[in-house]
Ligand binder design. Structure first.
Ligand code: IPM
Ligand code: MG
Length: 374
């Protein structure tokens, strides 16, 4: 009997609220005996500002140990104005960045799917976004996020100098490109690589390495290159031209927020962060998190949209637990509930039924249950 170890890190702001909806789904799955004897074993821990309040660190060593041993980490959100003045190394985001780095989660998958029911919530016209299905593959453990030196130094003339370092080695570009090409083969077989080779050496190497890997191993996949600024423009002009976009850590951060908004709400988008497959078991370390942040302005009101968190769990079912059927069932339940006109505030429009976090979570769970009662 397989026991799948999940570490749940709800975090701050709306993180705990949206995490509760996933917990309810996991509890139901454990009791409904629909997983051929497999069960989920969930441990819950603090991260971000919540961990700082309790232990003065953004993530404790205990939590890191659990994360390293878990089959998957489910992460809510971190941060908020309450922690604006905590030391830089203990700021809530440091917990998230340490998890990414120490678990070597170099491949961040951010799908942007526009549910037909939500096409009118997008800031772009319906015909531009309806049916949109793109996947941003963001490099997550390198580039300017982690490059050294990273510091602010005092100059002799009373000025200061701030330094961040954008750095990429060949192997880092190779492995993220391979993930993108592999995934493209399961989709529309197209990859667009984005960098800024016109101003950055790292962009030049990025372009070279992606081109070389493509020639060596993936020539059946259609590859194009775009400068990242032009890519941003094309994303809002005609996003349906893209299938898989592969890009570095910083460009990926920005472009995925743009892509998210195309779909109607930041509250809709899940993500998966994966490490390399283990040499013996073939298993990848993995963390799943909604793309949205902690939204302190609506935290504690039960108003947050739990769809991104639930869809992140669906990605865990698919990528970490090999439960593709169950993953599809969860994703279909989300689409059905949206078709029924059920909406949280962020995606509300005229004539629809407004619900809170728990109302949305319960409606999705009810659809999942229906599917298994058949
Ligand atoms: C994201 C977030 C993070 C990032 C922050 C919270 C550190 O914006 O996951 O996109 O910049 O990577
Ligand atoms: Mg971001």
């Amino acid at each position: 009997m397989a026991t799948h170890k999940i570490l749940l890190l709800p975090g701050d702001g709306i993180g705990p609220e949206v995490s509760d909806e996933v917990s309810a789904i996991i509890d139901w799955m454990n009791n409904a005996e629909i997983m051929d004897g497999a069960t989920f074993e969930v441990e819950k821990y603090l991260v971000g500002g919540a961990a700082y309040d309790a232990h003065k660190v953004a993530i404790s060593e205990d939590a890191m140990k659990l994360a390293l041993n878990a089959d998957a980490v489910l992460f809510g959100a971190v941060g908020g104005p309450k922690w604006d003045d905590v030391p830089y190394d203990a700021r809530p985001e440091a917990g998230l960045l340490r998890l990414r780095k120490d678990l070597s989660l170099f491949a961040n998958l951010r799908p942007a799917i526009c549910y037909p029911a939500l096409a009118d919530s997008s800031s772009l016209r319906r015909e531009v976004v309806e049916g949109l299905d793109i996947l941003i593959v963001r490099e997550l453990t390198g580039g300017v996020y982690f490059g050294e030196p990273k510091e602010i130094v005092d100059l002799e003339n009373g000025q200061k100098r701030a330094i961040d370092t954008q750095v990429y080695d060949t192997y880092e570009i190779e492995r993220i490109a391979e993930v993108a090409f592999d995934l493209a083969r399961t989709r529309q077989n197209k990859v667009c690589s984005m960098e800024k080779r016109n101003v950055m050496k790292s962009g030049l190497l990025w372009n070279e390495v992606v081109t070389a890997i493509h020639r060596q191993k993936f020539s059946d996949v259609e590859l194009s290159h775009m400068l990242a600024d032009a890519g941003g423009m094309q994303l809002v002009r005609w996003p349906k031209q893209f299938d898989v976009i592969v890009t570095d850590n910083l460009f990926g951060d920005m472009l995925s927020d743009v892509a998210a908004m195309l779909t109607g709400s930041l509250g809709m988008l899940p993500s998966a962060s994966l490490g390399a497959p283990d040499k013996e078991t073939g298993k990848r370390k993995a963390m799943y998190e909604p793309v949205h942040g902690s939204a302190p302005d609506i935290a504690g009101q039960g108003a947050a949209n739990p769809i991104a968190m639930i869809a992140s769990f669906a990605m865990a079912l698919r990528y970490s637990f090999g439960m593709v059927e169950l993953a599809t069932c969860v994703e279909k339940a989300i689409a059905t509930v949206l078709d029924q006109g059920i909406r949280t505030g962020d995606i509300m429009s005229e004539g629809m039924t407004k619900v809170g976090t728990n109302g949305m979570g319960a409606a999705i769970l009810a659809e999942i249950q229906k599917d298994y009662d058949k």
